[in-house]
Ligand binder design. Sequence first.
Ligand code: AMP
Length: 281
Amino acid sequence: MEVISSVDEMRAIAAKAHADGKKIGLVPTMGALHAGHLSLIARARQERDFVVVSIFVNPTQFGPKEDYHRYPRSLEADSRKCENAEVDVVFAPLAVDMYPGGFDTWVEVKGPAEVLEGQSRPGHFQGVATVCAKLFNIVRADRAYFGKKDYQQLTVIRKMVDDLNMNVEVVAVDTMRERDGLALSSRNSYLDKREREAALVLSSSLETARKVYESGERNTKAIQTRVWNIIAAEPLAQVEYVVVVDAETLTPVETIERPVAVLLAVRIGSTRLIDNTVIGE
Ligand code: AMP
């Protein structure tokens, strides 16, 4: 396995793999790899001849008051995990090489990027879309693997690929959870013991949403209120949003007739966590 930071070197390796007729799979990450990331990598390994994992804490997707500097970084341990997972190349570029002086081009998705995380985190999806477009061009992957954990991100990337006719197939991988239900996230490392317990309200409220739907409820407002109340009852939790929206377009729905996504963002202490579930599939 090679660990590469140079953009030009990555392009050369990708061009060679491409010329050799290899199918390239890309798993874009910000590092601090956990079992959720590894499930994306395993899927890529199963399906592709050549697997590239990018590790890049992308500065342009963090707001000025967000955790860019505090975000966990562990390139050595991450590289070992990738080696064990039989990754071909870890691509870990430097921010100055991805965004050199004079960098002036941004990809702006509207529609599904304008709501929820897009409102809470202005500029976030512009950063995500731009870095993914760059990674797709550098790595020339024909499949890129994304987690459903970041459901809106997945939707935005699909929209970008579709709208801009990019030659990459987006593969969605199920959310990996701890035994008690908490979705694995690099940001879980910020939680202390009490907060870790409180964080269970995210997955347990989503579980309730699913049960309420299964018992026949089709009114989205009723489901949203149930979820909201469960989270509000946890003293360490502060709800940022809870919505039940069309699973494909993320637009509001009144009555569930097609699959919907229940999406939520909650602050546990100072840590902002997101989670979701799709119901009615
Ligand atoms: P990140 O490093 O947080 O940017 O995540 C990189 C990729 O891993 C994204 O496509 C995420 O959706 C995905 N991912 C993060 N957490 C999980 C999880 N618990 N299960 C599955 N995929 C995940």
